[in-house]
Ligand binder design. Structure first.
Ligand code: IMP
Ligand code: MG
Length: 191
């Protein structure tokens, strides 16, 4: 029997959430700032921006970001598996599905929730570059300080955070906690 059998699936298990790292208000303000930076960068794009987003962790960030972007844009989706099931350790990124408009000679913005070891973004950036876009930039909400290798570059960063496992605002542990309105640290050891 699970140690949390009294808590239904999909509902936050408070015992495992250690502390709030980034409040809902701070997220809203920073996403607004990021949208400004991005809108300025693509202000002269005539044929519209293509945002390719990595499911599922970026869902909440993407939904908030695009509603603050006064640009013509289309959305493409990729699915990458890196944290199978109940683990906090990356098992190496693998591209599972991709569905996006023609990228050749277009301005592409890749959006992900978090830059950790860089395996996910390296993989997706390589896939997009193979389609020969006019430009490719990358935006992440979070970046774990000092972890990403130098060959994985990002152009827009919401927050630099310490190297802890975080959940909420789209990010999950074993599929849970995506619906938290803030970013919190998740600790495996707590009762
Ligand atoms: P990377 O490939 O190691 O850079 O990891 C990137 C992916 O792993 C992200 O897109 C997230 O989906 C997931 N990930 C990395 N760190 C965390 C975390 O602290 N919490 C939840 N998911 C994470
Ligand atoms: Mg992800």
């Amino acid at each position: 029997m699970s140690a949390h059998a009294d808590v239904p699936d999909g509902v936050a298990r408070p015992g495992r959430i250690d502390r709030v790292l980034i409040s809902a208000t701070a997220l809203e303000e920073r996403v607004h700032g990021l949208a400004h930076e991005i809108a300025r960068t693509y202000a002269v794009t005539s044929d519209g921006l293509i945002i390719v987003t990595v499911l599922s962790g970026s869902l909440v960030f993407l939904a908030d970001l695009i509603r603050k972007l006064p640009l013509m844009l289309r959305i493409g989706l990729v699915t990458v598996s890196s944290y199978p099931g109940g683990t906090t350790r990356s098992a190496g990124a693998k591209l599972l599905t991709s569905s996006y408009p023609e990228l050749q000679n277009r301005d592409v913005l890749l959006v992900d929730d978090i830059l950790d070891t860089g395996g996910t973004l390296r993989l997706v950036q390589r896939e997009i570059r193979a389609a020969v876009p006019r430009s490719l930039r990358t935006a992440v909400l979070l970046r774990k300080t000092g972890k990403a290798p130098p060959d994985v570059t990002v152009d827009f960063v919401g927050f630099d955070i310490e190297d802890v496992f975080v959940v909420g605002y789209g990010l999950d542990y074993d599929g849970l906690y995506r619906n938290l309105p803030h970013i919190a640290e998740w600790r495996p050891g707590n009762p």
